[in-house]
Every structure is written in structure tokens, then in C-alpha cells.
Design a binder for this molecule. Structure first.
Ligand SMILES: [Zn+2]
Length: 1030
């Protein structure tokens, strides 16, 4: 499921990210349980001997947080003795939501009294075991054991208790590998009046290894009947055990099921339609007449298919699916495949049956919908493309259909593999948490991510195109070839994000995506410059639902995409595409790990050294800082990790193979000027002609690193820009601005030097560098604002007016065709108006009044709506009229902008109202709460209120948005990232540590604490400079 907070529209609507970096001080990957066991799923033959492993996981997988070293030693010694002496089921129960990435810090490693007791106990054990051995000649603790009586004792794992009190026959979060589902036959009967459903799931499976148990997932389903059939035998009723904390059910057998046997498990069940945003959930909206209409839809990624039907809910368990759904007349149903037939049932209800999926697919990609939607359609090659919406928004679906058709054709051609299904539906769901979800053949969207009026601005359309391009790319990267487990989620999301920009830059160059992609790379670096960021390909434990949810973050999406861009620009033309086609072809229909990607590249002739290079980027977190120092023709490059909190020494020896690109003053802006030098060691020297005046590294900022040129190097570059701005490309200028702010945050350059560089911007007119400069400045402004540094704020305004005021005032407020110009104008004007520049606020207010006086017929240009609405929202009466407009508009992009404007009010009463209304749902949909919270957090009036609000309502918030999920990450980040004092640091720390299993261990919490510390440090370091120089 994808969130799209980082596309152009939101970036333009005012830079939110500078010092709000993410951060982690813990190394997230320290826990040892690495690849060898649970990190990779089930289907590898060498993994299937699960008995010994399970006994190990009794220690590791379960309540491992509770284990001290000595306890662990104790257990392993005892295990060596073949003892099954500890039933840890009490621990299992208490760890129902285990969140065990990180063991609590140990204060003392010296042996404790307990250790002594344990030691004595072990001695006694050893002695008694030795005696037992002595008196039982012939019995050894070899695999064969000593006959029946004894053989079951060694390695007997400890199992948790099922709901009915019996032992549950499995004790790992990951499923055993002994059984493989082949086909699911799903029948669902939802009742949209009682908001319940019943279902029958028939699972055909084959036995891969002899086993006495079948274990699969099920959550919040009441199993009413279960039957089991082996081969041609008669089917028999079986008992289903359930272990709720891990959402697993199991059937045990007295006799082994044998390798190669084919079995059928049939489960009848009943459940409530979910009230949250995942599983099979109910949703509603008000139609034109104001009547409430209900519908039911699904959202399964990452782990909620189990809430709709019992299944082997891990991405590597691919199978085919046949779906049947019962509905009332007046509704339609949709699923991944085209409808095969409709039958009228004796009850008068209708049953729609869909074709069996033509492809093997992962459970998280299954989807179905029952609603009263209407659609428009078009044929593209052999695929019928449709866009569905609620009937009243049908006329907003055309842009999505056009875009999807063009992109489907593009991907079919580019990847050399046709989209494999006969239909592709894109559906706008009124209540939808993510931005969109790439279910195979049935992509679901938030209305704001799919629907756009024909007269909407290109900037609004750019957002839709982004989401559609991303989700369509997933039909290959994710659906056809799927990561084996969530630790390699970047193989889905990094690629989909990369293709999203690449396909649009090719097919819709007028949408100006290269600027957006540049911003995305900057954003990924902000997150990745913190100590406990994670590698793109995570080698450590990603097991609990929270850990899985947390994989959906900026590193996975945006750093993943950035690394692919770096790879592509390093390879000779065409080779990247060749390698990608090879990868898709090699693994279509199956699952992959990151190494498979590198192997595919090697197969098309990419040098092994490139794979080695990429491993240095995907397997370690962070990225390098390259420092340039020059003596005549000798240029020395030195690399070190770019770490904002440099107190952590563990990463400082990290090295990357950096494809350093550079241009010089003789040839600096054309692509042909670019030269490459691979920096593999800590330092290296390259030679240039003595006559070269300056070098600019990281041409077009396609590499994922930051460059420090030294005092002299910066000075010559700044001079060069002041002499001729066009000596560097706009992206290179943006890259310099980004890098120097980053270096100042790192403490390597003074803020004085930052301001020196920015002086050239009085001549700047391009979108990318200006957007970057304003984004950075506004983050600084916001931090100072939260500290109420009034005098500095006043001077900073003067500074901003001095550098950008003229440009702001010269902006046109009429229609504008160029997306790039729209982006620039909206960023400039939003800053101007939010800082109260009279010229701006007068124009905005006039446009707003025209709009309301004309009964909203006199349109405001789409890219100016945000600044106009937000300015209007600062006056009480206009705020009220905006509220009315919010309730009545059917234009989703407009609605979202109005909501942001409403939330930007500085009136505390309105802020409190809008927060509680957002949490309540109804007038403001709960799905919009993260947006409301982040908007309120940016303003001075609300930033403390909103933090209190989040603390007070934490339990209700995590009911709506799962712990670890993107909305929760966003809520934590936006409410805490502008704090910069010790008091706030302690308060944030105190609050989250009080949460325990309700979220205290989230990566975003570490991130938030590190950000506050860095803000504090930044203030200490820079306030004096700012006072002098601003
Ligand atoms: Zn995605």
C-alpha cells in the first residue's frame, strides 16, 4: 500500500522537511536472528527441517526481550542436554504483540546472583543427566535417540496454548515450510446491513515435507466448521486450534501427511466487516441527495488478507485464487479477475463468480469490492482498462483512464512482458487510508489519488499521474515478481517509485517530474543521515506486524528509487534496461531477494564490480560524504559516512563504492561533460589539468552522496555562479544548495557560508534550486518560530524579502500552463503569504472573495488554490465560509486543499475542533487525520496543542492506524520534529517510553528523539551566527 505524501503537490505546498530528519540512535539491525532462520520464508528445501529450528526459536522468536544473557546461556546449555524443561507459554501470552527489535539496554554485564543460582542448577542438571546416561547404555543423544521413549524428548519445543487450552502445535511467527497452498476457492457473503460476512475457503495444497500439522493465518474470523481431505480419501471433520496473538490457526494430525500428497482444507467462518482500514472493511459516503451509501472493500497489504479469509499470508506462498461474492441487486462486485458468471440464489441474492487467477499471486494482492460504483472503459492491447468511482464522480475519471492507458502501453513495451490479465480496474474508494494499493488487476485508490476534474490544473493532474504510474509499475515489480519477504520490500517499492518518475518523464515530459524526483532524493537523504536508519535491504529481523509495517518508509521507497537511478546512470546506455528485463523474465511468477537482481544484471554482461558496488549501498544504511581537496592537478577525494549524530562510532568505518561523477569549468552543463571516477577506498586521487578552475561533483545529483568542497572549493564555485548562473544545470545548483545546508547541519560549514552561497539566488529563476532554497529556509524559520525568537524571525523575513521578494511580487495570479512555473509560483507565494507579505495576502484574499462572490464559478487556478484558501482561512468569517465549501465540494483535490487551509488557522478553538472532528470521522474523514495533524503542527498556535492531542488520544489513534504504519510515522514526525529544547526532549521520551507495547519501540520514536537532539544542537551552534549575520 502506498502513501504519496512526497509528490510535487505536497512538496510545493510548502517545504516540510529539513531538520525534521529521521533518526535512530539504535542500530536497527543488531539483533542476530539474521537470514539464517526467519528472515527468509518458507519455501526453500534446506529450511524445512524445522524441528531443531523451532526449539531454537523458542528462545529467539518469542519473548526474547525477556531473556537475559545468562538465561539464554542457561537455556542453550539445557538444550544441549536435550531437556525440554521450560514451557514459556506464559511468556508467549505476554508477548502478544512482540516488538522485539531491540533488547533493552543492559546496565551491568557482571554476573548476577541469579546467574550463580542458574550455574549451580546447570551443574546439578549436568550431573544428573550424566548419571542417567550412565545407567542407560545404548542411549545417546544422537539424532536417532534411544528408542521411542526418548526420541520425542530431545528438541521438544515449547508451544503456546491455543484458545481452547490445548497446546498449539507451532511456535514461530513465520509459517512452517512443510505445506504449500496451490489454489484458494473463496466464497464470501457480505451483509452490508449488519456489517458482517460469512465465508468458505477451500484450500488445495501439496505437502512438501512429512508433517503432522498444517499451520496458516486467520485473524478475527470465527471458524464454524473445518473439513480435511487427503487425496481421494473421504473428507473428515477436523478440529482447528487457534493462537490469537500471532493470528495463526492449525490442524494437527496423528499420522504424518506425506511428501507429495495433495490435500484439501475447507473452512467455514463468520466475521464482522472491519471498522478500520484493513482486511475486508466497510466504508460509506453520502451521495448527491445526502443519503448514506455503504460499500465494502479490501486492503490486505501487508498482513490483513488473514482478516478476510484463512490463508498462508506470507508473500512467498503464491497460489491461484477463485473468488465468488454474493451481493444484493443494485450493487456490483469486483475482484482481481474478470467476472465469469452470475447466478441467482434461492434467497434472491446474486452470486458473482470470477475467473480463476491466470497467475500465481501472493495473498496480499487479492482484492474484492462490493459497491454501487460506475465506470468508464477503454481497450489497450488485450486488456480492458476501467476506472470506477461513485456515480456522482464519474466525470472525474477521464484523466486517470487516459494516463493508465498510455502507461500500460509504455510498460508493456518497455519491460518486454505484457501485462498478463485481460482487465485492469482502477477504483476510487471513498474511505481509503493509503494513497493507493496495487492489487493485481484491481488497483484501489483514495479518491484524491485518482479523481481529478477536467479543468483541474496540471499540478493536480501530476499527482494522479504519479500514483497511477507507481501502481501500474507494481503490476510487474511486486505482482509478477515479488520480494520473498518484507525485509526486501525495496524490490517492490524502490522499483515502483523509480518507474513512477521514469515512465512519466518519458511519456509525459510536460509534467516536469525530474524536479520532483530530485526533491525525493533530497528527502531520502534527510532520513538516511540518521544513525539508526536501516539498510534498503534489511538483513536483520523483520518479523512482527509492527516491524513489517515500518518497512513502508522513505528509505524503502525513496532511497530505493534513488539507488536505482544511480545504478542506471552509472551503466552504459541500455544496459540497465536489459538487466531489468532479464530480472523480470528470470523470476516472473516467483519471489526474489536482492541478490537475484544483481545476478540478473551480471547475466546481461554488467560487470561483477557493479554488483559489488551496489551491495555497498543496499546492505548498509546511510550514505557517504565525499570531501574534495585539491593541490594543483591532484584532486584528493575522501569518503566517510554522513552521520548527523556523529557520537556513534560503529558506522564510521563503513565504505561505499561511489561512482563519483564530475564536471569542470571547461565543460560543465551538457551531459557529455560528465566524467566518472569510482571511489572504492577511504581516499583516492584523481588528476585534472592544472588549468581547471573548479570541479562540481555529483553531476545532476544522480548519485546518493553529499560533497564538501572545502572553503576554497566552495568559494570558487560560488564565484562561478555569481559570474554566470548557467555554468551549472539547475539540478546542479539545487544540489549545491542542498549539500551546503546539509553540511551546515553537520557542523562542517558555518551558516555564514550557507548565506554566501544563497546570495547568488537573487539571479535564480529556475524551479529546482529556488524550491530547495525556500524549503531549507522555511524549515529554519519554523524552528525559530517555535522558539519564538522574535528578533531573528523579523530579520529572517527581511532576508527572505531581500532575496526573493521581487520574484514573489512579480508572480502572475492568472492561469499558467507550465507545471514547472506552477510549482515555483505556488512555493514562492505560499511562503510570501504565510509570512504575511502584503502584496501576496491582498491578491490571495481578492481571489478568494471573487470565488465566493461568484458562487465558486470564478475558478481559482489550481496551483494557487492552496495559498488562496490558506490565506483566507486566517480570517474568522472566511474560515467559516471555507468550512461550508469543504462540505459541499465534490472536487477531491480542491477538498483536500481546503482541509489543509482550515487546519492552518491560528485560532486555538478552531484547531481543537478540527483535530477532534478529524479523529471522530464523519465531517472530516479519519483518513485525513495525519494531514490535519501535520498542518496544525507547522503553525505556531497549534504545535503544542496538537502534541497534547496526540498524547491524550494515542489509544484511539492506534486503533485507526496500526502501530508502525506510515500514518503513525507521519503523526509522530510532524508533532515532534520541530521541538528543540531539553524539556520537550524529555517529555517526548517520557511519553513514548510509557507506551510499552503500544508503540514505544517504533523506529519513528528513535527518529523523533534524535531529531529533537539535533535541533537542539543546531540551535546552540547557529543562533549566535544567525544573530550576527542575518
Ligand atoms: Zn508501491
Amino acid at each position: 500500500a502506498d502513501t504519496f505524501h512526497f509528490t510535487a503537490a505536497s512538496r510545493a505546498s510548502l517545504p516540510r522537511n529539513m531538520i525534521e530528519n529521521t533518526m535512530f540512535e539504535e542500530e536497527p539491525d543488531v539483533v542476530d536472528l539474521a537470514k539464517d532462520s526467519t528472515a527468509f520464508p518458507a519455501l526453500e528445501p534446506d529450511e524445512v527441517v524445522y524441528e531443531p529450528r523451532s526449539s531454537r526459536l523458542l528462545v529467539r522468536g518469542l519473548g526474547e526481550n525477556d531473556l537475559d544473557d545468562e538465561e539464554e546461556d542457561y537455556e542453550s546449555s539445557a538444550r544441549l542436554l536435550g531437556m525440554s524443561f521450560m514451557n514459556r507459554s506464559s511468556t508467549h501470552n505476554s508477548s502478544s504483540s512482540p516488538y522485539n527489535r531491540q533488547a533493552p539496554p543492559r546496565l551491568c554485564s557482571c554476573p548476577s546472583a541469579r546467574m550463580l543460582v542458574v550455574g549451580v542448577f546447570i551443574l546439578v542438571l549436568v550431573a544428573s543427566m550424566a548419571m542417567a546416561l550412565y545407567f542407560l547404555p545404548g542411549c545417546t543423544f544422537t539424532k536417532a535417540g534411544c528408542g521411542k521413549a526418548n526420541s520425542s524428548i530431545p528438541m521438544e519445543p515449547s508451544y503456546p496454548n491455543s484458545t481452547n487450552g490445548e497446546l498449539f502445535p507451532w511456535n514461530e511467527l513465520r509459517l512452517p515450510a512443510s505445506v504449500r497452498p496451490v489454489n484458494y476457492d473463496l466464497s464470501l457473503t457480505p451483509n452490508l446491513t449488519s456489517m458482517t460476512f460469512t465465508g468458505r475457503t477451500v484450500i488445495n495444497m501439496t505437502i512438501l515435507h512429512d508433517t503432522k500439522r498444517i499451520v496458516l493465518h486467520s485473524s478475527e474470523l470465527i471458524i464454524t466448521k473445518a473439513t480435511f481431505q487427503v487425496g481421494e480419501d473421504k473428507s473428515v471433520e477436523v478440529k482447528v486450534l487457534e493462537y490469537k496473538p500471532w493470528q495463526q490457526i492449525a490442524v494437527s494430525f496423528l499420522e504424518d501427511l506425506k511428501v507429495g500428497q495433495v490435500c484439501v482444507l475447507t473452512l467455514d467462518y463468520a466475521a464482522n466487516l472491519s471498522h478500520t482500514y484493513d482486511g475486508f472493511y466497510n466504508s460509506s459516503y453520502n451521495d448527491k441527495t445526502g443519503a448514506k451509501r455503504v460499500l465494502a472493500a479490501t486492503q490486505f497489504e501487508p498482513q490483513a488478507a488473514r482478516k478476510a479469509f484463512p490463508c498462508f499470508d506470507e508473500p512467498a506462498f503464491k497460489a491461484t485464487f477463485l473468488v465468488r461474492i454474493t451481493r444484493e441487486p443494485g450493487y456490483i462486485t469486483l475482484s482481481n479477475m474478470p467476472q465469469a458468471k452470475t447466478t441467482t440464489l434461492p434467497s434472491g441474492l446474486l452470486e458473482d463468480e470470477f475467473e480463476q487467477t491466470a497467475v500465481n499471486m501472493s495473498t496480499y494482492l487479492v482484492a474484492f469490492i462490493v459497491a454501487n460504483f460506475t465506470s468508464i472503459t477503454r481497450n489497450v492491447s488485450n486488456t480492458l482498462v476501467s476506472v470506477y468511482s461513485v456515480p456522482e464522480k464519474k466525470e472525474h475519471t477521464h484523466y486517470a483512464l487516459d494516463t493508465a492507458s498510455t502507461l500500460l502501453h509504455f510498460y508493456n513495451t518497455f519491460f518486454h512482458i505484457d501485462y498478463p490479465l485481460r482487465k485492469l480496474d482502477l477504483v476510487a474508494i471513498p474511505d481509503f487510508l493509503a494513497g493507493a494499493m496495487e492489487n493485481w488487476g484491481l488497483i484501489t485508490f483514495r479518491e484524491t489519488s485518482l479523481l481529478v476534474g477536467n479543468q483541474s490544473s496540471p499540478l493536480d493532474k501530476q499527482l494522479i499521474a504519479n500514483v497511477v504510474a507507481h501502481e501500474l509499475a507494481h503490476q510487474w515489480f511486486g505482482n509478477l515478481v515479488t520480494m520473498r519477504w518484507w525485509n526486501d520490500l525495496w524490490l517492490n517499492e524502490g522499483f515502483a517509485t523509480y518507474w513512477q518518475y521514469t515512465s512519466l518523464m518519458t511519456e509525459f515530459p510536460q509534467l516536469d517530474l525530474d524536479n520532483v524526483f530530485l526533491g525525493v532524493r533530497f528527502k531520502a537523504m534527510a532520513k538516511d543521515s540518521l544513525n539508526s536508519s536501516h539498510p534498503v535491504s534489511v538483513s536483520s529481523q523483520v518479523t512482527t506486524p509492527e516491524q513489517v509495517s515500518e518497512m513502508f518508509d522513505s528509505v524503502t521507497y525513496e532511497k530505493g528509487a534513488s539507488l536505482l537511478l544511480m545504478l542506471k546512470t552509472t551503466l552504459p546506455d541500455g544496459q540497465f534496461r536489459k538487466g531489468i528485463i532479464k530480472y523480470l523474465d528470470n523470476y516472473r511468477g516467483s519471489n526474489t531477494v536482492t541478490e537475484d537482481l544483481w545476478n540478473s544484471l551480471t547475466q546481461v554482461g554488467v560487470q561483477e564490480s557493479v554488483s559489488d558496488m551496489m551491495r555497498t549501498w543496499t546492505l548498509q544504511n546511510g550514505f557517504p560524504l565525499v570531501t574534495v581537496s585539491r593541490k594543483g592537478g591532484h584532486v584528493t577525494l575522501t569518503q566517510e559516512p554522513f552521520l548527523l549524530s556523529a557520537d556513534n562510532a560503529t558506522h564510521t568505518s563503513n565504505l561505499w563504492h561511489i561512482p563519483v561523477t564530475y564536471v569542470n569549468d571547461n565543460c560543465s552543463s551538457a551531459p557529455s561533460c560528465r566524467q566518472i571516477f569510482t571511489l572504492r577506498n577511504k581516499t583516492a586521487t584523481l588528476n585534472v589539468s592544472d588549468s581547471v578552475k573548479w570541479l562540481k561533483l555529483n553531476y545532476m545529483n544522480t548519485g546518493f552522496y553529499i560533497v564538501h568542497y572545502g572553503d576554497e572549493g566552495w568559494a570558487t564555485l560560488i564565484d562561478a555562479l555569481k559570474t554566470d548562473i548557467n555554468t551549472l544545470t539547475p539540478h546542479d545548483r539545487a544540489s549545491l544548495i542542498h549539500n551546503i545546508f546539509a553540511l551546515s547541519r553537520l557542523g562542517r560549514v558555518s551558516f555564514r557560508q550557507v548565506l554566501n552561497l544563497l546570495d547568488y539566488t537573487t539571479n535564480e529563476t529556475e524551479t529546482a534550486p529556488l524550491t530547495e532554497a525556500l524549503s531549507q529556509l522555511s524549515s529554519v524559520y519554523r524552528l525559530l518560530d517555535k522558539r519564538q525568537e522574535q528578533r531573528l524571525l523579523a530579520r529572517m523575513k527581511v532576508y527572505i524579502w531581500g532575496h526573493f521578494g521581487q520574484l514573489m511580487d512579480s508572480q502572475d495570479w492568472g492561469e499558467e500552463e507550465s507545471v514547472s512555473r506552477q510549482e515555483l509560483r505556488s512555493v514562492l507565494l505560499e511562503m510570501a503569504c504565510s509570512l504575511g507579505r502584503q502584496n501576496c495576502t491582498d491578491q490571495a484574499t481578492a481571489l478568494y472573495d471573487q470565488w465566493t462572490n461568484s458562487n465558486q464559478t470564478k475558478q481559482i487556478p489550481g496551483d494557487l488554490q492552496q495559498v488562496v484558501f490558506s490565506t483566507a482561512a486566517q480570517a474568522d468569517l472566511r474560515w467559516l465560509s471555507l468550512m461550508e465549501a469543504y462540505s459541499s465540494t465534490t472536487y477531491d483535490s480542491e477538498k483536500r486543499k481546503i482541509l489543509q487551509a482550515l487546519a492552518s488557522t491560528q485560532d486555538p478553538r478552531s484547531i481543537v475542533w478540527i483535530l477532534s472532528t478529524g479523529l471522530e470521522g464523519g465531517i472530516i474523514q479519519t483518513q485525513e487525520l495525519p494531514l490535519v495533524i501535520s498542518t496544525v503542527s507547522d503553525g505556531f498556535a497549534g504545535h503544542l496543542l496538537v502534541w497534547d492531542f496526540v498524547k491524550e488520544n494515542w489509544d484511539r489513534i492506534i486503533e485507526k492506524f496500526p502501530v508502525g504504519s506510515y500514518p503513525i510515522q507521519s503523526i509522530i514526525k510532524s508533532t515532534t520534529s520541530q521541538f528543540s529544547t531539553q524539556t520537550h526532549l524529555e517529555e517526548v521520551q517520557g511519553f513514548f517510553s510509557s507506551l510499552k507495547e503500544r508503540g514505544s519501540q517504533m523506529r519513528s520514536v528513535q527518529e523523533s528523539l534524535e531529531t529533537i537532539r539535533l535541533n537542539q544542537l543546531w540551535m546552540d551552534r547557529n543562533l549566535p551566527t544567525l544573530r550576527i549575520w542575518l
